[in-house]
Design a binder for this molecule. Structure first.
Ligand SMILES: Cc1ncc(COP(=O)(O)O)c(/C=C/C(=O)C(=O)O)c1O
Length: 349
């Protein structure tokens, strides 16, 4: 039927489509202004904020919840920094099944919390961080027979890998580098899987280098990579980019292999660099993304000297900026209101 979007790749997806909100088919933009500013020739952004609930999680949830329905499950659960819970809640609503979402109390962006509530999930704030919440969810899913839909569930990645398919379809070539934020490390694993599948199926004859970017205060993977030592979890992850405020990425072994296999790197950026990149994407390219998503651009700027000017680079921006409006409003001094007259307006011009 029409509007196939993500399910147009159904032959690569190991589940029958049962629930869809028309996810996928997100825009890929050429960043002309930032190309000039950064001295590059081929800079693109794949904006996953354009998905139905405003993040790439919808790709994983359409497949994951379809699998839950195939298994006859009527309860689904996840731990989330926000976007996973928003997406699970929406697909559960569409499927008439019950969603339970555990979120780190006080550390979830407003837009995401509003979504989880209004889509009708049972929202359970947890005294602790994402990693603590995930531990509860893993126990609950086996003990209570509720279907667990965090990205350790492989069906999530089967949906998210379509980002790779779309990048190739939309560009007509495989970019030299793909840069994306890394939190629980599911997405970097999924996108690499997508490119590998295209390669093994003979559709492409080259693979991109995968570059994962973490927030410095929540960068256990990047630290281990840069210090060439074994991974160890971070007890107290801290960053303003609450979507990736994760200290013990569940998919870290997969992500490590992806970066090794692809010849990529793991890097981290400061909150300040993230916020600067967020403003640049919005004010220079008209693309508003939430802080975690802007770490892709922040990472590009940090690694710019290691990238040739004629290399093609795709930034994945993973969540819409409206998810976390406070970040912008807190940093902005709104002027006093003016009288509703032309004179008053002229005074403030
Ligand atoms: C906007 C945004 N950008 C990047 C990531 C990191 O992706 P992964 O490395 O696959 O985890 C997330 C992850 C969010 C959650 O983990 C959750 O919602 O629980 C995100 O929301």
């Amino acid at each position: 039927g029409k509007n196939m979007t993500l399910w147009k790749y159904e032959s690569f997806i190991p589940v029958e489509k049962r629930v869809s909100l028309n996810e996928g088919g997100t825009p890929i933009y050429r960043l002309e202004n930032l190309q000039t500013e950064l001295g590059m020739k081929e800079l693109y952004v794949k904006n996953e904020g354009a998905n139905p609930t405003g993040s790439f999680k919808d790709r994983g949830m359409t497949v994951g919840v379809s699998k839950a329905l195939e298994l006859g499950m009527d309860k689904v659960i996840c731990a989330s920094t926000g976007n996973t819970s928003a997406s699970l809640a929406a697909y559960a609503a569409k499927s008439n099944i019950k969603a339970y979402v555990l979120v780190p109390s006080g550390k979830i962006a407003l837009g995401k919390l509003a979504q989880a509530i209004v889509y009708g999930a049972k929202v359970v704030p947890v005294r602790g961080n994402f990693d603590d919440a995930l531990n509860v969810v893993v126990e609950a899913s086996s003990e209570l027979g509720v279907y667990m839909l965090n990205s350790i569930n492989p069906f999530r990645l089967e949906g998210q890998k379509t980002i790779a398919f779309e990048i190739f379809d939309q560009l007509g070539f495989v970019p030299d580098k793909v840069i994306l934020p890394v939190g629980n490390a599911g997405n970097i694993s999924a996108i690499w899987k997508g490119f590998r599948e295209l390669y093994e199926a003979g559709f492409i004859d080259k693979l991109p280098k995968m570059i994962g970017i973490q927030a410095e205060g929540a960068s256990p993977l990047a630290r281990a990579w840069k210090e060439r030592r074994d991974f160890k979890p971070l007890e107290k992850p801290e960053t303003i980019a609450t979507a990736i405020r994760i200290g013990n990425p569940a998919n870290w072994p997969k992500a490590w292999r992806v970066v090794e296999e692809s010849g990529g790197v793991l890097e981290s950026v400061t909150d300040e660099e993230i916020l600067k990149a967020q403003k640049m994407l919005a004010s220079k390219e008209g693309i508003f993304v939430e802080p975690a998503s802007a770490s892709s651009l922040a990472g590009l700027m940090k690694l710019r000297n290691e990238i040739e000017e004629d290399e093609s680079v795709v930034l994945i921006t993973t969540g819409h900026g409206l998810k976390d409006p406070n970040i912008i409003l807190e940093g902005f001094e709104l002027p006093e209101p003016i009288e509703p007259s032309l004179e008053a307006f002229k005074e403030v011009l």
